[in-house]
Design a protein around this ligand. Structure first.
Ligand SMILES: CC(C)(COP(=O)(O)OP(=O)(O)OC[C@H]1O[C@@H](n2cnc3c(N)ncnc32)[C@H](O)[C@@H]1OP(=O)(O)O)[C@@H](O)C(=O)NCCC(=O)NCCS
Length: 184
């Protein structure tokens, strides 16, 4: 069971804010995803996710940002210029609501903003948000070697509930399945 007091007491940089992802965030989020996973065969189609009733995507952004980030990437039909401004995106989390469960399907913090509590903030915000759907369980899968993510999930109260052998094909590796039971 998750301990919400512990979750909300975590110290996070006061300049970080969370909101629902919107269409103007998709270039910045794709940029973060590409930098975090440069060898993926395909990346999230955020526009498609916005059209799904069961899809929940949140982003973190800096209200004031001292770190200069200058990145330009050209996507097929979308030019994104991520620079430091009032709505700069630092990470995102994506999930699907399936019956009384929440499946986490996307979760990335920009490499230069890791270890500032942003991942924690995203996960806590998603779980808080799922309260309005009376969800009972949060599920996810993670690479067996992904210590950063596994540590974070365990601290939150997620428990290992299974393995999928050779689940990841891009650098073949097992998946660990983890669950978090939510308090009703
Ligand atoms: C996993 C990830 C989202 C964590 O984001 P983050 O903002 O750096 O995490 P936080 O700063 O909120 O860290 C919270 C806790 O997670 C654990 N953690 C985070 N990064 C860690 C690391 N590199 N090594 C060990 N533990 C780590 C720690 O327990 C940390 O608590 P602490 O800072 O009090 O020690 C980030 O590393 C990331 O984007 N990784 C690449 C994408 C990915 O693997 N996503 C998960 C897919 S399942």
């Amino acid at each position: 069971m998750t301990n919400l007091n512990y979750i909300t007491s975590k110290n996070v940089s006061p300049h970080n804010r969370v909101r629902h992802m919107n269409i103007s965030d998709q270039g910045a989020c794709l940029n973060i995803q590409r930098r975090a996973f440069p060898k993926l065969k395909s990346y999230t189609d955020f526009a498609k996710e916005f059209g799904k009733d069961h899809s929940i995507y949140l982003v973190t952004y800096f209200e004031q940002c001292q770190v200069q980030v200058q990145q330009k990437i050209k996507l097929s039909n979308y030019l994104c210029e991520c620079s430091t401004n009032a709505t700069n995106v630092s990470g995102f989390i994506g999930s699907w609501r399936v019956a009384d469960q929440i499946q986490i399907i996307d979760f990335v913090v920009a490499p230069e903003f890791r270890r500032f509590g942003i991942g924690w903030l995203l996960l806590a915000s998603l779980i808080e948000h799922t309260g309005s759907f009376r969800s009972k369980l949060v599920t996810l899968e993670v690479r067996a070697s992904n210590d950063a993510a596994i540590n974070l999930y365990k601290k939150f109260g997620f428990e290992i509930c299974g393995h999928r052998k050779s689940y990841y094909s891009n650098k073949t590796e097992d998946a660990i399945l983890m669950n978090l039971e939510l308090e009703s």
